[in-house]
Design a protein around this ligand. Structure first.
Ligand code: GUN
Ligand code: FE
Length: 489
């Protein structure tokens, strides 16, 4: 099916730029690739379909054609799918549990026992949890996510199958951890870890060879965090990533006690980042989650290695870990993306993470103003534009797919969501004078759309996300019940 979409398209081609394109035509070919974009096309001039067929020669002849016109509704727009760069699929049942318990205690008390239940004998429980977390994030417009599972092989294989089944683009990270003193039941030997890691890579490559090429699912090397990994394990994982060209994800400097523990366990290293760097784990395809307590020196290493940070504000607040100075990282030229960090984080929605990112940045500014009242400390505050970028193209960059997804460009994949701020299911009220009207291609019109974006970020939720596409395929359509849709009973 070739689909021609028509309406308002909003995206952030860079962190300082927001593009609001009204009356725009976007053609998506049957492989899910955007192969035609025409801005400012008024349908009163000529029928858009006729215009398309006379002005564009697609690479393949079109057999089935579909036209989706959303141009009549000023409260609807297309937005790139969200990229969640840090999420623990196996922890989904624990969402909302353990408020304020510091990280190391929280891991021991809640997280390790939950993850340890993911085993062959609990396959149905794993299926239930994994199905729900994939569906919940898709419903919220997350078209791509970088997941942590557990140390377990069969349930991680099942998780890969479920990503394919429900059509979410995903990175599958079997957690690697070869010692765990506080909770020894949940650890693997070095040999088992490397063996299971290779089995997952082979499973994904052999069962889904096309998807790997198309990058629908990709294995990701996942040392949990330095304190639960031996030096030989970190070294081997660095080598596996390099030899098999695989991305890496881990945690860094989330909590001060964790940083102290890291220093005890790795006394010969200067800092947390240098542990990872020593074992070749800091690459331009490495995602570092949290990064609340980094030193300037660590920022320099991370910037030099072109790693990305996954900012997880809900988790950092929920576990009282701290406030990550995102603007400082941006000044260091580090790519910052967003993560829900379920279940340290309590929100499945990246839209909500955008909101919390802004709020936490305001708190940083407020705290600084209290100690230095002469200054406004505006520099610490994140803008709507910045968090939109982090949620889409910044996320795509973090997972190494910025040439494929994250914004609307010819040649990119159609990973997108249709947002509707109105309608009977909307989470918000929009008043008549707030509705964009008049000449669609005008500053007045786009200014109103921009105001609506504020309402979306601070008042919107999954009810406003009406339809979701991954790789050109519809994966969520809230107007139509999917046959195999997960239903709560
Ligand atoms: N550090 C190591 N493991 C974890 C985890 O599962 N969640 C969070 N938030 N931090 C971690
Ligand atoms: Fe995490």
């Amino acid at each position: 099916m070739y689909t021609l979409f028509y309406g308002t398209f909003i995206h952030t081609p860079s962190i300082n730029e927001i593009e609001i394109r009204t009356n725009t035509l976007v053609g998506v070919d049957p492989t899910g690739r955007i192969d035609f974009i025409r801005y400012n096309y008024s349908k009163s001039d000529r029928d858009p379909v006729k215009f398309f067929f006379t002005n564009h020669t697609p690479s393949e002849p079109i057999k089935n054609f579909n036209f989706q016109d959303h141009s009549n509704n000023p409260l609807q727009f297309f937005f790139p799918g969200f990229v969640d760069t840090h999420i623990h699929a196996s922890q989904y049942p624990n969402v909302g549990i353990g408020i304020g318990v510091p990280l190391l205690d929280w891991l021991k008390e809640y997280t390790f026992p939950t993850e340890n239940a993911f085993k062959q004998e609990n396959m149905e429980m794993a299926r239930d949890v994994y199905t729900k977390v994939i569906n919940r994030t898709l419903q919220n417009g997350t078209t791509c996510a970088s997941y942590f599972t557990t140390i377990d092989l069969p349930t991680t294989e099942l998780f890969s199958d479920l990503l394919i089944k429900y059509g979410q683009r995903g990175f599958v990270g079997k957690v690697c951890m070869d010692h765990n003193e506080p909770y020894p039941e949940y650890a693997e030997s070095f040999t088992d870890c490397i063996d299971v890691q290779q089995k997952i890579i082979n499973y994904i490559d052999q069962k889904y060879p096309k998807e790997r090429r198309e990058k629908l699912i990709t294995p990701i090397i996942t040392p949990r965090f330095a304190p639960v990994c031996s030096e030989p394990l970190l070294e081997t994982l660095g080598m596996v990533s390099k030899s098999q060209n695989l991305p890496i994800q881990t945690h860094i400097a989330e909590n001060l006690k964790e940083v102290e523990l890291m220093k005890e366990l790795f006394p010969k290293f200067e800092n947390y980042a240098s542990v990872y760097d020593h074992f070749s784990l800091l690459t331009n395809r490495t995602i570092l989650a949290h990064a609340v307590h980094l030193t300037d020196k660590e920022c320099e290493i991370i910037s030099e290695r072109k790693c990305s940070i996954s900012h997880c504000p809900t988790s950092n607040t929920f576990l009282s870990s701290g406030e990550a100075p995102v603007k400082k990282y941006l000044k260091h030229n580090i790519n910052v993306s967003l993560g829900t960090d379920l279940s340290g984080g309590f929100e499945s929605s990246i839209l909500s993470i955008m909101k919390h990112s802004i709020l936490v940045s305001h708190h940083l500014a407020i705290t600084k103003r209290h100690s230095d009242p002469k200054k406004e400390h505006k520099d610490d505050k994140l803008s709507i534009n910045e968090v939109m970028y982090m949620a889409t193209l910044g996320g795509a960059k973090a997972v190494g797919l910025s040439d494929m997804v994250g914004s609307f460009e010819v040649g990119k994949k159609w990973d997108a969501q249709l947002i509707d701020l109105g309608g009977k299911d909307s989470s918000m009220d929009i008043f008549e004078w707030q509705v964009p009207s008049g000449k669609v291609v005008s500053k007045e019109y786009t200014d109103k759309v921009e105001q609506l974006l504020g309402k979306w970020v601070f008042n919107g939720d999954d009810r406003n996300c009406r339809k979701v596409w991954v790789n050109g395929k519809v994966v969520i359509d809230k107007e139509v019940k999917r046959e195999d849709e997960w239903v709560l009973v």
